[in-house]
Design a protein. Structure first.
Length: 245
């Protein structure tokens, strides 16, 4: 990825690269379409005609599973926003059992944003983590109609909220929200996941309004989770007092 390009910005504002290397999508729905087509092609063992790299899994690999490495390969040369969006969607809708598996990578991605890294990176062991392919692609497919409605309202505005400088601070916000998302709290995954998704959408389209909405949603998520934890703590104390007598 070019270092001239703000890490979370939309590819529409930059010169086109050669078709073989350019795997960026101009719209969110296009990104989801492209991701789904690559995921389906990998499951069937095929590859797309215009994609020089094989979409299929390595020989002997379980195609019923999709790994984080395959997800990153399918997204290609895209910025943090796209990967954060794909990882947050299964927690917004949600898919049981994916909060920790997707939350921990988002913690690392947020830390990289805060450090000013220009492209996402995950360690090999984390890239090997896998999920059920049908469940994961199914939830992305369910999210697509919503994405098509949302993208009508996305447009470049409030650049200061979505630029490279702001992205470092947003990385810290993503870390906090992803930590909350990773906790095994009943009904505690959706609010931070929604906040991360809004921030990701804003970064992808350089829309500071969506970034701001994501930050507000993040604050609400923190309040909601804090209230849930406080309630659980008070209930535990009450139960302990009754048992002690």
């Amino acid at each position: 990825m070019s270092k001239d390009r703000p890490p979370g910005s939309s590819p529409r504002s930059h010169d086109a690269r050669p078709s073989g290397a350019d795997r960026s999508c101009a719209r969110v729905s296009d990104l989801l379409d492209d991701f789904l087509s690559r995921g389906d092609a990998a499951e069937s063992g095929g590859s797309e005609p215009d994609d020089p790299s094989p979409a299929s899994s390595p020989p002997g690999e379980d195609r019923s599973k999709i790994s984080l490495g395959e997800i990153m390969d399918a997204l290609g040369d895209r910025a943090f926003g796209a990967l954060l969006l794909i990882l947050s969607i299964p927690n917004v809708l949600p898919v049981p059992g994916l909060s920790t598996a997707t939350g921990v990578p988002m913690i690392l991605l947020g830390a990289q944003m805060a450090a000013g890294r220009h492209s996402p990176w995950l360690p090999r062991r984390m890239l090997a983590a896998s999920f059920d392919r049908k469940a994961f692609l199914g939830v992305i497919r369910r999210a697509k109609p919503w994405a098509e409605r949302v993208e009508r309202h996305l447009r470049p505005r409030l650049p200061a909220m979505a630029g490279p400088t702001a992205e470092r601070l947003l990385g810290l916000a993503v870390v906090v929200l992803a930590v909350i998302l990773s906790l095994p709290i009943v009904f505690g995954n959706q609010p931070p996941a929604l906040a991360i998704a809004l921030i990701a959408l804003g970064l992808m389209e350089s829309d500071g309004v969506f970034v701001s909405a994501g930050l507000v949603a993040g604050l609400l998520a923190i309040v909601i989770v804090a209230a849930v934890l406080l309630g659980l703590g008070q209930a535990a104390v009450a139960v302990a007092q009754q048992l002690i007598g």
